[in-house]
Design a protein around this ligand. Structure first.
Ligand code: PLP
Length: 397
C-alpha cells in the first residue's frame, strides 16, 4: 500500500490504510521502528540529510518512520495538508504557541477548556510576553470584539471539557479569517471520526492522542494538524526543542485509529442512553450532553458532528457532598481524571482536572462543586447504568 493513497477515499478506509508504505519485507501491518538514529552511506549523504537537501531520516527526535505513518494517517483523517506528532496533548499546544508566536502577540480563547490548557495559557505564556483575552461564550461578536492587531489565534475546544458546550466552528472561522487570524480547534472530544473542524473552516487542529485516538488508556501523545507551511515551521521547532512522540506510542495510536470510528459511535450510543436516563433522575439538577434536545447547541451539534460523543457531565442537586458520594458509590466506573477510554471513567472536575485553576475562574466557566463528568466507556450500557443507579441512590434528591 502506497503512502500516495488517494485521500478522497472514505474515512474508514483512510483510518486503516492511510500513511503506510510496505518495506521490501512486504509486511502487512505497520512495524515499530525503534531506533534513535539512522545511518548514512557517506559523509556527503549525512551532510545532505542534515541540511535538508535530502529528506531522508536523521534522528528520531526529528522524525521516525512509525511516527510518520501516524502523522500521515491523522492528517488524512482530519483533511489537513500535514500533521506533526508530539509527546502529549499539552506538548502539541505548547509546540503551536512557542513554535510560531512572538513576544507581544495575542490569542483569544474560551474559558471552558481542559484545566492544563488553561494553566499553560494563563500561567506560562505571559512569561514570554504572549497576551491572552478570554471569551465568556462562543458568541461571534464577543470573539470579534476581543481581536486586536496583535492577535494570531482564536483557540477553542468543541465540545468543551467538561460542560460539552458546542462552538459554531464555521461562524468563528469567519470571524478569524476576516481579521487575518487563524482558528485553532482542540478536537479531542470528537476526534476526526465524528467531527472534522478543517471542513468547517478551522486552520489548525490540536489532539491529545492520549484520549480517544488510543482509546484504551495506554499511552500519552498528541498532535497538531494544519497546513504544510505551519507543520514545516513546527518541525523546525521540534528539532531544536524535542517534545517528540515515541515510535512505540505512535504504533499504539495507529492501532487505535483503525477502530476509532466504530468506538466513537458506540461511545456516543452508550452516552446517549445514560444522558437521557440521568436527565430524569431526581438527584440530578442538569445534564450537559450535546445529544439531548435540551442542550443549548443541540441543533448545531447535529450538523457539525456525526454523533454526540462519549462525554457527558451532570450537576447534582446536593453539591460537592453528593458528587463525592456518587463517585465513591460506584463499583464499575473507574475514578480517574483520564477520559476517552474503553472503560467508563468518573471525575469530580472541581477538585481534580480543574482544581488548580482559581475558584473564580472555575465559577466563571460554570464548573460547579456538584458537577460530575462521565467519560462513557464501551461496557454494556445496562451495567454502567446500574452502577450509577446504586451510587445515586445513596445521595437522595
Ligand atoms: C487531556 C486533554 C489535553 C491534554 O492532553 P495530554 O495528552 O494529557 O497532554 C488537551 N485537551 C483536551 C481537551 C484534553 O482532554
Amino acid at each position: 500500500m502506497s503512502s500516495e493513497l488517494d485521500n478522497s477515499l472514505g474515512d474508514d478506509t483512510l483510518a486503516v490504510r492511510a500513511g503506510f508504505e510496505r518495506s521490501s519485507m512486504q509486511e502487512h501491518s505497520e512495524p515499530i521502528v525503534t531506533t534513535s538514529s539512522f545511518t548514512f552511506n557517506s559523509a556527503a549523504e549525512a551532510a545532505a540529510r542534515f541540511s535538508g537537501d535530502d529528506e531522508g531520516l536523521v534522528y528520531s527526535r526529528f522524525t521516525n518512520p512509525t511516527v510518520q505513518v501516524f502523522e500521515k494517517r491523522l492528517a488524512a483523517m482530519e483533511k489537513s495538508e500535514s500533521c506533526i506528532a508530539t509527546a502529549s496533548g499539552m506538548a502539541a499546544i505548547n509546540l503551536l504557541f512557542m513554535g510560531t508566536m512572538r513576544s507581544g502577540e495575542h490569542i483569544v480563547c474560551t474559558r471552558n477548556m481542559f484545566g492544563s490548557t488553561v494553566n499553560q495559557i494563563k500561567n506560562f505564556l505571559p512569561r514570554f510576553g504572549i497576551e491572552v483575552s478570554w471569551a465568556n461564550s462562543f458568541d461571534s461578536d464577543e470573539w470579534a470584539s476581543l481581536i486586536t492587531d496583535k492577535t494570531r489565534y482564536l483557540y477553542l475546544e468543541s465540545p468543551t471539557n467538561p460542560l460539552t458546550e458546542v462552538a459554531d466552528v464555521k461562524a468563528l472561522a469567519e470571524v478569524a479569517h476576516s481579521a487575518g487570524v487563524k482558528l485553532v480547534v482542540d478536537n479531542c472530544f470528537c476526534t476526526p471520526a465524528l467531527q472534522k473542524p478543517i471542513l468547517y473552516g478551522a486552520d489548525i487542529v490540536i489532539h491529545s492522542a492520549t484520549k480517544y485516538l488510543d482509546g484504551q488508556g495506554r499511552c500519552v501523545g498528541g498532535a497538531v494538524a494544519g497546513s504544510a507551511e505551519l507543520i514545516a515551521e513546527l518541525t523546525s521547532y521540534m528539532r531544536s526543542v524535542g517534545p517528540c512522540m515515541s515510535p512505540f506510542n505512535a504504533w499504539v495510536f495507529l492501532k487505535g485509529l483503525e477502530t476509532l470510528s466504530l468506538r466513537m459511535h458506540q461511545h456516543s450510543r452508550n452516552a446517549s442512553v445514560l444522558a437521557e436516563w440521568l436527565d430524569s433522575h431526581p438527584a440530578v439538577e442538569r445534564v450537559h450532553f450535546p445529544g439531548l434536545p435540551s442542550h443549548p447547541q443541540h441543533e448545531l451539534a447535529k450538523v457539525q458532528q456525526k454523533a454526540p460523543g462519549g462525554i457527558l457531565s451532570f450537576d447534582l442537586k446536593g453539591g460537592k457532598e453528593a458528587a463525592w458520594k456518587t463517585i465513591d458509590g460506584t463499583r464499575l466506573c473507574s475514578i480517574t481524571a483520564n477520559l476517552g477510554d474503553a472503560r467508563t471513567t468518573i471525575t469530580h472536575n472541581a477538585t481534580t482536572t480543574h482544581g488548580r485553576i482559581s475558584a473564580e475562574d472555575r465559577a466563571a466557566s460554570g464548573i460547579t462543586e456538584g458537577l460530575v463528568r462521565l467519560s462513557v466507556g464501551l461496557e454494556d450500557v445496562d451495567d454502567i447504568q446500574k452502577d450509577l443507579d446504586t451510587a445515586l441512590s445513596s445521595v437522595g434528591s
